[in-house]
Design a protein around this ligand. Sequence first.
Ligand code: AMP
Length: 601
Amino acid sequence: MSYMDGKKLEYKGEEALKELEKLTAKADEVQENILKEILLRNGETEYLNKFMVGSKDVSEFKQCVPVITYKGIYPYIQRIASGENSSLITGHPITEMLCSSGTSAGEPKMMPSIAEDLDRRTFLYNLIMPIMNQYISGLDDGKAMFLYFVKAEMSTPCGLPARSVLTSYYKSKHFKCRARDPYNDFTSPDQAILCNDSNQSMYCQLLAGLIHRRQVLRLGAVFASAFLRAISFLERNWVNLCNDIRTGQLDRTITEPECRSAMSIILSSPDPLLADEIEAICSRRSWKGIVRHLWPRAKYIEAVVTGSMAQYIPALEYYSEGKLPLVCTMYASSECYFGVNLKPLCDPADVAFTLLPNMGYFEFIRLGENGTLLMDVDEEEEAPMDKLVDLVHVRLGCYYELVVTTFAGLYRYRVGDVLQVTGFHNRAPQFRFICRRNVVLSIDNDKTNEEDLHKSVTKAKKLLEPYNVLLVEYTSYAETSSVPGHYVIYWEIKHCTSLQVESGTPLMEAKVFQECCIAMEEELDYIYRRCRAHDKSVGPLEIRVVKPGTFERLMDMFIHQGGSINQYKTPRCIKSNAALKLLNANVKACFFSPRDPKWNP
Ligand code: AMP
């Protein structure tokens, strides 16, 4: 029987767990069948025909179809977005384009998606509760306060929806018409989740969560950054929220009719006692442990806390007094959903995802220990086709870059994630997420690589020229100790003194550095600018000017720690506390971006 049997994708509870056992026990067979089925269904596409004319053979696929990055598929995506037939890349109608948080030429990458992808995603979501139930009992005896949000939606020139994978899911019947069971009893009404105005959505979701505070057993958001943003929003808005609860009247700033009507049901009568309780908790001087005080029955916080989100673990621990497990349940992307964490209560540092062999066809490029490519292949180019390893043939402890082939029309596509094999569940490998290839800075959905950072610094430093000031060195840091986090760029500058005395050279003012901040931001990619200007999930970029000689001291420090002088390169992003301390101790002045960068939906 086919592993893509629609019935099996609908499995829930115990049945879903049994299916997981079967899939992982026969991971090799399932993978082979998935690839055969993809080739059977998509063999006639223009894309595959270019490389394996008329053949649907698995071994020919492996020999002839190139390993690509977005550049390799982009022309086809563009043609489909403009109205050409989906059969360019897939045997199914493409129903939407999913905008990933990765960007290409400054625009979000668009990933093709077909109707049945929603079944595959739902299959993975349906595994989460059965897995959790193995470790925590009684989760059916209350509600979940999950803060989910939709993002602005666009459409392609031919009218296909272009939106984020989560927006697509929340707007689908799979989510909206889900069978009600005790495990998907959310405090947030769907209308609040689906509200396009993120402030109104957040307000209503927090209000609903506070009203049901004594029933809430599970807390969470997709990413740790979003959960912390909710706490910061609560800090600014708890007085109004309490007021609504006290009077039974929804704040007038909530204007979305659907939200208003959904919230009027929850906020049916004044509850001054509840308002007093919440007020007493929120007016404490310290918000340490606030999450546990507000939601005393909560058993865990669910959010992605791996990869770049690991930087938020200390803040989450602070707000939960380290007493609530941080649960990271899944690993997924716009291209394909990948896997689940079968030990959800493990330490965030030990999280490993078991790849589900029925999600797509997975291959792996072997990497060196620190995630560097072992093969002679450009970061952005094709990798040798014959050097890929199958899912069941990856080796314990080794590092790989994930490559995926999907029903929707991606073939041997480099996802860009670096993973390490940490174990096996039956025959399916388990991976620790190491990093996104190349990304140096990330606060929320933004992912800035070294090249983008360099480009934006290059643009900004031009503004120093009229002042005869040179940028000598720079590095960066993702500052997340306050919410929202922001990019900090350390600059060491040099006044060209001989020129400075020349008459007519204007004096540097703070305004110039502020203009440099905004110049950098305007040069950063679409997703960064959206996070800044629209989502407000990233704060204004900051330039910290350091004293002359600071970067030399930084180099001395790294060399003192065993680095080689010959090979020393200024790190473009600072990860070590000691380096950060050194830089911060030498800061002469700080400047922030004075306005939001331009962003067009
Ligand atoms: P997007 O393409 O915007 O859907 O983002 C998908 C990317 O987010 C993945 O390729 C990963 O780099 C990252 N990601 C998703 N899930 C996780 C996770 N559990 N831990 C770390 N990174 C993740």
